[in-house]
Design a protein around this ligand. Structure first.
Ligand code: ARG
Ligand code: ASP
Length: 713
């Protein structure tokens, strides 16, 4: 009876109470309450050690890597670690059949061999400022939503430009708690970032998409880069004269490893979470939107994989795209499972009932949930059409590519021929990148599969006008239609297209505009513009303004609860403990894996599990050097840190701020943490730093890189 009572109490408070391990905290605000809790759980440093603008602190060793990952500095010569899957695009771009770094790995044995990466940059956080007051200045409750947004946007632009005047910095004011608070982030960007090393994919992506999002895991998911600066140690475009950047701060590396229960923390750039969604939102995502998106990607993956399995050229060309398509596809599946197991919709409903009671006599709040409900009902068909536009229409590469010509076609109407010239020159550059990784057979098969799925998936009101033509002229035979337009279009013919672009003049615009692929794209675009986007974004905006009020209400209703803002790709700190979990009845997962597990999975017949001979050799010889632990090499570990996409490459640190691993994933059963964190299942997956050093030193023979680091034994 007592137990039952306890259970009832626990489940009642579970949605409203925060678990110790849940949360992604703003570094500027750690002093408010977070740091005390971190210290209570074992953290040995202070808030100033993490974030301080007057002296070097951990935040100065952390960067945004590229557009969606995190990286960290590990030497006084600008040496940087991130994940293999974060550096994947760069590694792939340097790869060809002859120099296949994806397959064989790449190691610069001296700085002269490090490879520049045009377009890649890393970004340091200079400072954070609370600018809520300034951002909301002049905003009043009598304004319409549009007026409010405009006023805030104007305010923010002014705040940003003032903040960076006379510097080489950039600034970005971001909304938190659905526009209840605003913080400015000032950044410094470095553009000369060179590839130093990457293990073969059979190590860095060991287990591939089969093991992705899963535990137990054996993926050596790291790559090594170096930041270069000019002679004054300032950011500069690539130049052979640039020198290794001297960071304000770099992380020491600990070889001590982890035990279950150890305190760990993560600092990095989680991309986006939606912790405060209503039950209707969760229903829409998990019962409608995700299932459709999954179905569309099932198809794309089926086609890509069928070709990649039998054709190495296609495998390399499509490696990066395939990984991207597969990654979210699998996460969506895991999310649906997790939300179901958590009974998330009903938990939210139970909480919303409490909320409704509490709000009963509060006029600002009492109608909120009804309004949400109406909006989520209204938005459904538009949301689906929106998803099909992004996943089906844009999933066809030749259409996505043709969409990039919109601007040139528009400009060609005007009289200024220099504009058209500049745009066609730009497109010429884009073109070689596109065709380098393009295969006609793959795209045509995907085209044939996705086009009919669009018409089966959306309401008839979202059919483009071209639909009737396909019906009448091709008797509704999509295959025939696709064959024909594929034959006729210029957008899949590099020589013809490049010839047109290099001698472009506006009087040839018809060749682009009347191209059957462009006509098809345009037909979809009309639907998207006229019938989908306006409605979709208008209702979304209505919801945003409701969430703005709801968030306020939640904080008022639960004054003792510590709320954290949803992730929005700004720097955050998460902390937790090393901990295994029980994935299903009768099964306990340990908190760590070792090299032995790689050997267990090793299978030359399966692409994802075919390890390099050299690794087999090292295993046979047990040549583990200082990286050995209990007769093997530690590989990955899991902990309860609350992380999400964008945290990849983030340092996982011990209580003293030493680097103990690289965050790269989450475990399958707890992936729904973007919407609902589950202390029993939500785990971040970390690559043990000892495996990184082992591969660099023993596998690659690049010990000089390890020697650059400061190792704490
Ligand atoms: N799931 C991890 C993350 O979201 C790793 C993705 C890369 N790996 C892959 N097999 N696609 O980024
Ligand atoms: N693998 C993800 C990333 O790339 C991390 C995650 O979603 O947990 O950021």
């Amino acid at each position: 009876m007592k137990k039952l009572l306890l259970y009832v109490i626990c489940s009642l408070i579970s949605v409203s109470q925060l678990f110790a391990d849940e949360g992604m905290w703003i570094p500027l605000l750690l002093k408010n309450h977070t740091i005390a809790d971190m210290q209570k759980n074992g953290f040995k440093l202070t808030a100033d050690d993490i974030y301080n603008i007057n002296q070097a602190s951990t935040k100065d060793a952390i960067v945004i890597f590229g557009r969606g990952c995190t990286g960290e500095l590990v030497s006084d010569q600008g040496l940087l670690l991130t994940n293999h899957h974060c550096g994947y695009g760069q590694i792939q771009r340097h790869s060809s059949i002859e120099k296949d770094y994806l397959t064989n790995g790449f190691w610069a044995m001296s700085k002269a061999e490090e490879l520049p990466n045009p377009g890649l940059s890393v970004t340091f956080l200079v400072r954070i400022e609370d600018v809520t007051k300034q951002a909301l200045e002049g905003v009043s409750s009598s304004m319409s939503q549009t007026e409010k947004y405009k006023k805030i946007a104007d305010n923010n632009r002014e705040i940003e430009s003032k903040a960076i005047a006379g510097t080489n910095h950039t600034a970005s004011v971001r909304s938190f708690y659905y526009g209840n608070e605003y913080y400015m982030f000032v950044y410094e960007e470095f553009k000369d970032v060179r590839l130093v090393g990457a293990p073969p994919s059979s190590i860095g992506k060991f287990g591939g998409d089969t093991d992705n999002w899963m535990w137990p895991r054996h993926t050596g998911d790291f790559s090594v880069f170096r930041i270069y600066a000019n002679k004054e140690n300032q950011p500069a475009d690539y130049s052979p004269d640039n020198v290794p950047y001297k960071p304000k701060k770099f992380l020491n590396v600990s070889m001590k490893g982890v035990n279950e229960g150890d305190f760990t923390w993560v600092i990095g750039y989680p991309g986006g979470t939606e912790q405060y969604l209503t039950s209707d939102a969760i229903k829409l995502v998990s019962e409608v939107r995700n299932p459709h998106k999954i179905k569309l990607r099932d198809k794309r993956l089926e086609v890509m994989n069928a070709y990649a399995n039998v054709n190495d050229t296609i495998r390399i060309k499509y490696a990066s795209k395939n990984a991207g398509v597969s990654n979210s596809w699998k996460r969506w599946i895991g999310e649906i499972n997790g939300l179901k197991r958590l009974d998330a919709v009903n938990k939210k409903i139970a909480f919303e009932n409490e909320f409704t009671n509490w709000a009963a006599n509060k006029p600002n709040y009492n109608g909120l949930l009804k309004e949400f409900n109406k909006n989520y009902t209204d938005i459904e068909s538009y949301a689906l059409a929106y998803d099909y536009w992004r996943e089906a229409v844009y999933g066809i590469e030749v259409i996505a590519y043709a969409s990039g010509f919109e601007k040139l076609i528009e400009i060609s109407k005007g009289t200024d021929s220099s504009l058209a010239l500049a745009e066609s020159t730009r497109l010429l550059k884009v073109s070689s990148n596109f065709f380098k990784d393009y295969d006609l057979r793959v795209d045509k098969d995907i085209f044939k599969a996705l086009l009919p799925m669009y018409f089966a998936g959306v309401n008839e009101e979202f059919y483009p006008s071209i639909y009737s033509k396909i019906q009448s002229k091709y008797n509704g035979d999509f295959d025939k239609y696709v064959e024909q337009v594929f034959e006729e279009t210029i957008f899949n013919k590099p020589e013809k297209l490049e010839k047109l672009l290099s001698n472009y003049s506006a009087n040839r615009v018809g060749e682009l505009k009347n191209d059957p692929i462009y006509v098809l794209y345009n037909s979809f675009l009309d639907v998207y513009k006229d019938k989908v986007s306006e409605k979709y974004f208008a209702i979304s905006a209505k919801n945003d303004s409701l969430y703005n009020i709801y968030m306020n209400a939640l904080r008022e209703m639960q004054p003792q609860k510590k709320f954290y803002p949803d992730a929005n790709f700004t720097m955050r700190v998460a902390y937790g403990k090393v901990k295994g979990y029980y994935p299903k009845d009768g099964v306990k997962y340990l908190h760590y894996t070792t090299l032995d597990g790689v050997i267990e999975k090793d299978n030359p017949a399966i692409y994802d599990y075919d390890i390099p001979n050299r690794l087999r050799e090292i295993y046979k010889q047990k040549d583990y050097g200082v990286y050995a632990k209990d007769g093997s090499v530690p590989l990955c570990f899991i902990a309860t840190n609350h992380t999400t996409g964008g945290n990849s490459g983030s340092p996982v640190l011990d209580a003293y701020g030493n680097l103990i691993g690289l965050n790269f994933d989450r475990a399958w059963e707890g992936i729904a943490s973007d919407m609902m964190y589950d202390p029993d299942f939500s785990r971040n997956v970390t690559l043990d730093i000892r495996y990184v050093l082992f591969i660099i030193d023993k596998y690659a023979g690049a010990k000089h890189l390890v020697d650059e680091m400061v190792i704490v034994k």
